[in-house]
Design a protein. Structure first.
Length: 175
């Protein structure tokens, strides 16, 4: 099952590294921080960068959550394992797990989607993880080469920023 651990914003990688280092692997299959690719302009040149997709969260896959929780108590600066109801912690729903898996690759990285846009910023996705979420797009910012998608996560609606690249006649265009 997949679990979400809340941590301080900006401390996601450090927390995940500490968990991987201090908790024996038999308590968890994987510990990761989902990332997204996007294009960013530095000194007039577009560069591909990686940024954290879910700020303040670290993901852990475990079949022994109670034992994992006891081990996590030993990690300094760890906020809490998130859950619903009055349970100590609760796994992601199957839908939430599929969503995180569906937008990410094997390294839990959401790659840039290729899109075509018309005059009114209405987009058509050519390929990429955004393909399944076009109806959930709430904002298109072609200048920053990103779109905002609203999805349900941990019982609330959250906005995910996903990178896009413009395509003209099946060729990517700098915008």
């Amino acid at each position: 099952m997949w679990y979400v651990i809340q941590t301080l914003g900006g401390e996601e990688e450090r927390t995940a590294h500490m968990i991987r280092r201090k908790i024996p692997p038999y308590y968890m299959k994987e510990c990761f921080v989902p990332k997204r690719e996007r294009m960013k302009k530095f000194h007039g040149t577009w560069n591909k960068v990686e940024e954290i997709l879910f700020h303040g969260y670290v993901f852990v896959i475990s079949e022994t959550p109670e034992s994992l929780y006891q081990e996590l108590k030993k990690i300094p600066r760890l906020t809490k394992m998130l859950g619903r109801e009055n349970a100590l912690f609760f796994p992601l729903s199957e839908t939430e797990e599929q969503m995180v898996q569906g937008i990410g690759d094997q390294e839990h990285r959401t790659v840039i989607s290729r899109i075509k846009a018309d005059e009114g910023k209405k987009i058509r996705v050519i390929d990429g993880p955004l393909k399944d979420y076009v109806g959930d797009v709430v904002k298109v910012n072609l200048h920053k080469r990103e779109v905002v998608v609203r999805v349900e996560f941990m019982g609330k609606m959250v906005e995910l920023f996903m990178g896009v690249e413009m395509v003209v006649d099946d060729k990517c265009q700098n915008i």
